[in-house]
Write a protein that binds this ligand. Structure first.
Ligand code: ANZ
Ligand code: ZN
Length: 831
């Protein structure tokens, strides 16, 4: 055996072995319990980066570990293949997005294969292929039929640089999530998915996701943003249509001093039509429209203008001025707010700025609040003042009583509102799923019949980068026949948000060739839910919420049994270098190709798992990589040396170690302690400490080797104990460094593959290590002492005590009445 560790030789060799023997082929016929492990699939940008190495190494270790533990593993991989970069590449490099994407997929697949990842590549999917995206279209039509897809004109987030619409989830601090350009607003007719219908289900479902990080669940809950309150009617002072407001604080109703209405509110034009303020209001509306939606909710300067119109307070009939305000959103509640400056900070700032009255209606406990206030008193503690018959109540009581009163007088009703908005999926893009809709002058909006799916992307589209929907420039695509009247019709030219693609791909893996439906329900039911999902925290709301939504919809369509896709979720940290996230723009990327070329895939895997716990950021370190490489070299050497030494022996099975020397006992103790540690760490995904335990185990073994040769008497037990240690070193290391482990496993005289070996179990007695002295009393007198491993069961101790020859001397021929065992200490025999 070659004593020099040569990853470049062994890695391709074992990858070939796994491929030729279909080692990772998924089987539906296994008796073993299923385990679905999945990493978020990559966008085929061209090359994998260290973040990919990290997440796929994590998934692979889990897959291999669970497999050795006896599970039937489902571990697929595919490509999130639609998206903007392909189109940008088409504009810049004049290659078609399909060609560019296919090339990238081929290259990245070869990179992943070089990492030795245990995927069944026959399950591979790419979302840009018509056999995948036709089912996006199919699902869209099903949703349309159920009223879950609809078209409306809406003010949307618009990225002028990407020339496309962005979902709220894709706007981060007022900027485009892709290119960081400031987002503006635009009014467009768009297709929406009614995710809000599932707001309550998505919210309550969070409580069942006990295998998800708390942080992610909290982010989802906040995003859904449920609030319970009351809608109250305010009559217009001029007797025309009433205005509805939504408030979560009906207890402050007597503190209303003005109203705030959203600039986009459809009733606003009627409020100002005959007012001298019309001009200034219109100027203000125009100004707000240029700002983006998300910024308006954040800490922006509060601004507004008076409309000239008034409402009447529903309980006091007082005249209340109506203002337009930039912080009131059309999309939330009713788009109109009853302003209570004394108890709402935004209203307070607004009132201060425009010198509107501030009326205190809740007095804090110590009655220390006095006007003028220096800030809004927003607590719901204390008691009501200046509130007619509700005066003196606590805010909590008043919330209920006033809500009740308002409902009784028919002035309002209880309402639940969600911050979650419907999901706008129309994108003015080429490289996405065409929305399967036709527009006919006679018949209006007509869904493409199911039998005509997929609506495929045309090839003859110019990529000028001028914006607008590229599909509109293909005559062949645009012009179609209306399936209802056979007259001419135009196709919808927008494509779907690519987040649609990733919302159900984990189901498609279970039956990627299925041609009659998006999935084969029986197969999908057999594998779902995903037992362990792994991916970046940046998807905490976007992808993970959409995937839950789609799963619920597909469940309600009767296609799958589960209604939550991911049982357990692990969110891994970023890979950083010199304190910043590795990224091309920062110029601090380390190319995995280089790493694999220089050190091998096993080192790349080991380093990315060893350098930090999975949820934490991983700081790149050259020393760390070299340390990992040296460790693997040493393991290689010790195993090779050992296999040629006289100590190599196949099994430690039937030997009796009770009389073994301390050196041998300690060897065995270390072996079993390491099995326990690595197993427990792997169960908790503490890969870094598991690897650390293996490193320290290696150190103990090499220290032992430096000791004098064992004596002749010791030799057989020593050989058995050291063989046991070496064998387990290789087994325990195998999920992390699978190529090296397979090669060494063979070196030790075993047939491949190591993956077919059961994950080792440890002997709890050996782990405990220490021995204790047990005292044996006969009729209250100490008659014997013996030493035993700590932690023995009472029964075992009792048997030992009774069968010991020294005890038997005292008990022989007598009748034993009772035996009392004091755990790990004393056996009292009563005759
Ligand atoms: C009066 C009031 C008094 C309010 C008070 C709060 C405190 P959450 O809890 O987040 O759901 N609001 C309602 N619709 C709005 C809109 N379209 N744009 C901006 N703000 C809006 O927030 C509910 C509260 O947000 C509502 O309760 C309303 O202000 C405001 F001491 O009504 B409140
Ligand atoms: Zn028609």
């Amino acid at each position: 055996m070659n004593k020099v560790y040569r990853p470049k030789e062994i890695e391709p060799q074992w990858q070939r072995y796994w491929r030729d023997h279909q080692t990772f082929k998924v089987s539906e016929k296994s008796e073993r319990p299923k385990y679905y492990v999945l990493e978020m699939f990559p966008y085929p940008s061209g090359r994998i980066h260290m973040g990919h190495v990290r997440v796929y190494a994590i998934g692979d270790v889990i897959a291999r570990f669970k497999r050795m533990q006896g599970y039937n593993i489902f571990h697929p991989m595919g490509w999130d293949a639609f998206g903007l970069p392909a189109e940008n590449a088409a504009i810049q490099k004049k290659t078609h997005p399909a060609v560019w994407t296919a090339q990238n997929i081929d290259y990245m697949r070869s990179q992943l294969q070089k990492m030795g990842l245990s995927y069944d590549w026959e399950r591979e999917i790419a979302t840009c292929r018509p056999d995948y995206y036709r089912w996006n279209q199919w699902l869209f039509l099903k949703m349309l039929a159920k009223g879950l897809a609809y078209r409306k004109e809406a003010s949307v987030n618009w990225c002028p640089d990407c020339v496309t619409v962005l979902a709220n989830e894709q706007v981060i601090d007022g900027q485009c999530w892709r290119c960081d350009t400031a987002v503006t607003q635009k009014t467009l007719t768009q297709w929406f998915l009614r995710i809000t219908d599932y707001a309550e289900a998505l919210l309550s479902g969070c409580d069942r996701l006990t295998g998800w990080p708390k942080r992610v669940l909290l982010m989802q809950k906040n995003w859904i943003g449920k609030s319970t309150g009351v809608e109250v009617q305010f009559q217009r002072a001029d007797g025309s249509e009433a205005l509805n407001i939504f408030t979560t604080r009906p207890d402050t109703l007597y503190g209303v001093t003005f109203m705030s209405i959203a600039p986009e509110h459809p009733l606003l034009p009627s409020l100002i039509s005959d007012k001298p303020e019309k001009k200034s209001v219109e100027a203000f509306i125009a100004k707000v429209k240029a700002q983006d939606l998300t910024l308006r909710t954040d800490n922006q300067e509060k601004e507004g203008v008076f409309t000239g119109a008034y409402t009447l307070h529903p309980l006091t009939q007082e005249k209340i001025p109506i203002w337009v305000a930039n912080f009131v959103l059309m999309e939330y509640g009713t788009g109109i707010v009853m302003a209570v400056p004394a108890h709402d900070q935004r209203d307070f700032e607004f009132a201060r700025k425009y010198q509107l009255p501030i009326r205190l209606v809740i007095q804090d406990r110590s009655e220390s609040l006095s006007e003028p206030l220096s800030a809004a008193y927003t607590e719901a503690e204390g008691r009501l003042v200046h509130s007619d018959q509700f005066t003196g109540l606590s805010p909590k009581e008043a919330q209920e009583k006033i809500a009740h009163f308002v409902q009784e007088k028919n002035l309002g009703q209880a309402k639940v509102h969600y911050r979650l908005r419907d999901w706008g999926i129309s994108r003015q893009r080429y490289w996405g799923t065409p929305i399967p809709i036709l527009y006919c002058d006679h018949c209006g909006t007509v869904p493409v019949p199911e039998s005509e799916l997929p609506v495929t992307l045309p090839e003859d589209v110019p990529f000028g980068g001028k914006g607008g929907s590229p599909l509109a420039e293909s005559e062949r695509f645009l012009n179609a026949v209306c399936p209802l009247c056979q007259g001419p019709a135009r196709r919808e030219t927008d494509t779907m948000d690519t987040f649609v693609d990733s919302s159900w791909y984990f189901l498609r893996y279970t039956s990627p060739q299925e041609t009659r439906a998006p999935i084969d329900s029986e197969l999908a039911d057999g594998w779902t839910p995903v037992d362990q999902y792994i991916g970046g925290i940046e998807h905490a709301v976007l992808h993970l919420l959409y995937a839950r939504f789609f799963t619920k919809v597909i469940h309600d369509l009767g296609l799958i049994k589960v209604d939550e896709p991911f049982k357990n979720l692990l969110t891994q940290g970023m890979v950083i270098k010199d304190g910043a996230k590795m990224s091309k723009s920062k110029g601090n990327v380390v190319d995995p190709d280089y790493l694999i070329e220089a050190y091998g895939a096993d080192t790349a895997r080991l380093f990315s798992l060893f350098a930090a716990p999975p949820e934490k950021d991983l700081e790149w370190s050259d020393d760390g990589v070299q340390g990992g490489y040296r460790f693997l070299q040493r393991v290689w050497r010790i195993v090779c040396d050992f296999s040629e030494s006289p100590w190599a022996c196949p099994s430690s099975g039937a030997l009796d170690f009770s009389g073994a020397s301390e050196r041998i006992k300690s060897l065995r103790r270390r072996t079993h302690q390491t099995i326990q540690k690595v197993t427990e760490d792997l169960e908790r995904f503490q890969f870094n400490t598991a690897i650390a335990a293996l490193m320290s185990f290696y150190n103990d073994l090499s220290r032992d080797q430096a000791l004098p040769e064992p004596t002749k008497d010791e030799a057989p037990l020593y050989a058995a104990a050291f063989s046991e240690a070496i064998r387990h070193l290789v087994l325990l290391l195998s999920p992390f460094a699978p190529h090296l482990a397979e090669a060494l496993w063979e070196t030790l005289g075993n047939a491949p593959t190591i993956l077919d070996v059961s994950w080792p179990a440890y002997d709890p007695f050996l782990v405990k290590g220490e021995t204790v002295e047990v005292v044996v009393q006969v009729n209250g007198k100490v008659r014997n002492r013996f030493s035993a491993p700590a932690g023995l069961e009472d029964d075992v101790l009792r048997e030992r005590a009774l069968s010991d020859p020294k005890t038997e001397r005292w008990t022989a021929g007598k009748k034993i009445k009772k035996v009392i065992v004091v755990k790990g200490k004393l056996v009292n025999i009563v005759l």
